[in-house]
Write a protein that binds this ligand. Structure first.
Ligand code: ADP
Ligand code: 5GP
Length: 213
């Protein structure tokens, strides 16, 4: 299928317990695939080392976040691990209008809200291979103190109970396999017949080129 026949992008909602490797997998997929962009959320959390404002998140104060809630700037927002996170209309609308696929990194509450508003959204849950490995990854990342890691591990169990509401499950044991699995899900969606309006398929207007009619 050519680019001209793609008439609407899809939303890919990705959730995972903190430390499962979601950012790592998503960054690789975004780098290796064309036609898909990341929805940059707003958060009141402080930036981690290496995170860039306007690239990883829009980092804002609680006051600013509340103003955005009051002005209905968010499609969805939630409190996660003690911080506020939200997806703005601005973050996804222009991308969808350009026919891009959009990847959203949201928690399980965000997934529920996005699926309600966009029933066509494809949801993917990324799991770590074990709780021991999850703890190890959070410690290895070195961005969170002990209390934050303990909170994120406790929340992980609650989040994993929601797996059955997701369309796809990817286990991030070997990183390359997890990246390939996510790319496969995105590719399969790109073949969905519902993505293309039949009238827009160039082949349906091509009869004269072969019959001379
Ligand atoms: P999340 O975005 O889910 O919170 P990150 O992407 O920040 O998690 O990953 C947490 C840590 O685990 C990082 O240090 C990252 O390099 C590491 N990591 C990610 N995927 C794997 C993997 N498949 N094997 C080993 N370590 C991984
Ligand atoms: P982190 O602080 O590790 O970047 O993210 C913590 C959690 O917040 C993750 O589960 C992530 O998916 C979630 N998150 C990030 N952005 C959003 C958002 O816009 N909305 C919601 N609901 N959750 C988000």
């Amino acid at each position: 299928m050519t680019n001209e026949t793609r008439i609407r992008g899809d939303l890919f909602v990705i959730s995972a317990p903190s430390g499962a490797g979601k950012s790592t997998v998503c960054r690789r997929v975004l780098k290796e695939m064309d036609g898909i962009a990341f929805s940059i959320s707003h958060t009141t959390r402080s930036p981690r080392q290496g995170e860039v404002n306007g690239v990883d998140y829009h980092f804002v104060s609680r006051k600013r976040f509340k103003e955005m809630i009051n002005s209905n700037a968010f499609i969805e927002w939630a409190e996660v691990h003690g911080n506020l996170y939200g997806t703005s209309y601005a973050a996804i609308e222009s991308l969808l209008d350009q026919g891009m696929d959009v990847m959203l990194d949201v928690d399980v509450q965000g997934k529920r809200n996005i699926s309600r508003i966009f029933p066509r959204a494809v949801s993917i849950f990324i799991l770590p291979p074990s709780m021991a490995e999850l703890k190890k990854r959070l410690e290895f990342r070195g961005t969170d103190d002990e209390a934050t890691i303990a909170l994120r591990l406790r929340n992980a169990v609650l989040e994993m109970r929601q797996i059955s509401s997701y369309d796809f499950l990817i286990i991030n044991d070997d990183l390359n396999s997890a990246v390939e699995d996510m790319k496969a899900v995105i590719r399969s969606r790109r073949c969905a017949a519902s993505r293309v309006l039949t009238g827009d398929l160039p082949i349906l207007h091509d009869l004269e080129t072969v019959t001379g009619d």
